[in-house]
Design a protein around this ligand. Structure first.
Ligand SMILES: Nc1ncnc2c1ncn2[C@@H]1O[C@H](COP(=O)(O)OP(=O)(O)OP(=O)(O)O)[C@@H](O)[C@H]1O
Ligand SMILES: [Mg+2]
Length: 193
């Protein structure tokens, strides 16, 4: 199987596991994962953080979003523009969010546009991650395109359930790896190859 085919199978398998969780399991996992994230030195140090609003069966980012909004840090979220490309905007509160056509909360167009190079830390969603930092997303390349514009010094933090960390994720030249992965049980720091 070529890498794209392996990705398709793995996406389905990992999504099924996520969808099998009940809301109590989701909430306790999110509580544990957010406390791991906020204890990270890179989080504490970051002045500008790009988060995302979780949707469907993703590990909820609600607590992280509340924490970020009420902190001194700038809270930045991505928005899909009319050409399907990522753009970043700063939000000040939850009223700055609206549902996109895909039913994903994203910043209103009236929010302040932020240059991706301003971000100190990206919390990166994924359907799967491996211990080398490779990441499996939804398959549109949205985050790969966004992270390609990041400052090379930015810290890229994957965020997901423990079972989303697998032995190996096939990757291609355009795939951007993360520096660490936060799950409810641990922070996995990726060692440089
Ligand atoms: N930097 C890029 N520039 C142009 N096209 C890209 C780029 N990154 C990814 N793509 C396109 O997006 C497609 C899907 O990418 P990939 O399989 O890596 O998605 P993903 O990382 O799983 O999803 P996502 O990044 O949306 O979460 C690729 O086949 C490629 O054509
Ligand atoms: Mg990719």
């Amino acid at each position: 199987m070529d890498p794209q085919e392996v990705k398709v199978h793995l996406r389905q398998e990992l999504k099924n596991l996520r969808e099998a969780l009940n809301s109590a399991q989701r909430e306790s996992a999110a509580t544990a994962a957010q406390s791991k994230v906020v204890s990270l030195p890179e989080w504490k140090k970051a002045k500008v953080v790009c988060l995302y609003a979780s949707f469907k069966s993703e590990l909820p980012t609600t607590l992280l979003l509340q924490n970020l909004i009420s902190s001194e840090k700038k809270c930045v979220l991505p928005k899909v523009n009319s050409s399907g490309q990522p753009e970043l905007y700063e939000i000040k509160n939850l009223q700055d969010l609206e549902l996109s056509s895909l039913e994903i909360p994203e910043p209103k167009i009236t929010c302040l546009r932020i240059d991706p190079r301003e971000i100190d830390l990206f919390v990166v969603p994924g359907i799967g991650f491996d211990r080398q930092g490779n990441r499996l997303g939804h398959g549109s390349g949205f985050y790969d395109r966004l992270l390609a514009q990041a400052n090379p010094k930015a810290f890229l933090l994957g965020y997901g359930y423990d079972f989303q960390v697998v032995d190996s994720i096939p990757h291609q030249a355009h795939d951007i790896a993360v520096h660490a992965v936060a799950t409810p049980c641990q922070i996995i720091h990726i060692k440089p190859a």
